[in-house]
Design a protein around this ligand. Structure first.
Ligand code: PRT
Ligand code: ZN
Length: 225
């Protein structure tokens, strides 16, 4: 077991958020020697352990209290919260700060020749997505029904492969949609990376460390603005 007196921070092991997450901690003066294959890294100069995992696991690790802090995309966090609520749970966590990286939007996109006249015209279509709960929440405002095609990757090829009529996926530059003959028709959620903390008591030393790191993060982000 990890030492519970040390602050545990979960971050993405490799992917779009990992470099910026590492950089943020480094700029806050946390010295970590990240060896590529290691799940756990220890800070040399502060009582901090870094857990490096898939981004999808981070909200659950924080909500379940396995780690103290997590750096994750709001899209992944919100989907996990909605999923747990659908399962009858009442997931708890605190947002410490929205971060200045990982920006993207969750959008509905349709084949280029699709004539779009508003959310209602998507009624009863099949939509390929990794984010069924965010999508359901969006459509519930319009009384629109849809069928899902759940995919954890290659969502953008679903219409061409005949698996779905339209898709709901993350977009940043729009190049992936363009390359797959799709047009963005509706933005349903805007996301950035964020820093979250587990609910419940922290020891005074851990809380003091969190306060110190948060003050530094504030300074780092302000300096970048
Ligand atoms: O292995 P692991 O599960 O940890 O990683 P992953 O492959 O699930 O996630 P990863 O690394 O791709 O993304 C991590 C987080 O980065 C996401 O949850 C978002 O919060 C954020 N993010 C920011 C993005 C993008 N921008 C993004 N563009 N995540 C994914 N994309 C993908 C999108 O799915 C599509 O395939 O990039 C493509 C679109 O990009 P453009 O520039 O062509 O529009
Ligand atoms: Zn993932």
């Amino acid at each position: 077991m990890l030492d519970n007196s040390r602050l545990r921070i979960a971050m993405q092991k490799s992917g779009r958020l990992s470099d910026e997450s590492k950089k943020l901690l480094a700029q806050c003066g946390v010295k970590i020697n990240l060896q590529e294959q290691r799940l756990i890294a220890f800070a040399e100069n502060m009582p901090i352990d870094i857990l490096r995992v898939r981004d999808d696991d981070i909200p659950g690790l924080v909500i379940d209290g396995v780690v103290d802090i997590g750096i994750v995309g709001e899209n992944v966090l919100e989907e996990e919260v909605l999923d747990r609520r659908a399962e009858g749970e009442n997931p708890q966590y605190k947002t410490l700060r929205r971060l200045d990286f990982g920006g993207c939007r969750l959008s509905i996109a349709a084949p280029r020749d699709f004539v779009y006249s508003g959310p209602e015209c998507l009624n009863n279509l099949r939509i390929a997505t990794t984010y069924p709960h965010l999508l359901r929440r969006y459509f519930s405002q319009y009384n629109v029904n849809f069928k899902t095609c759940l995919l954890n990757g290659s969502v953008e090829v679903a219409p061409r492969a005949g698996l779905a009529d339209v898709i709901c996926d993350l977009v940043s530059s729009g190049a992936t949609l363009e390359a797959n003959g799709l047009q963005e028709i509706e933005v349903i959620y805007k996301s950035k990376a964020c820093l979250i903390q587990r609910e419940g008591e922290m020891s005074p030393t851990k809380q003091a460390l969190i306060d110190k790191v948060m003050t530094r993060i504030q300074g780092v982000i302000q300096a970048r603005e």
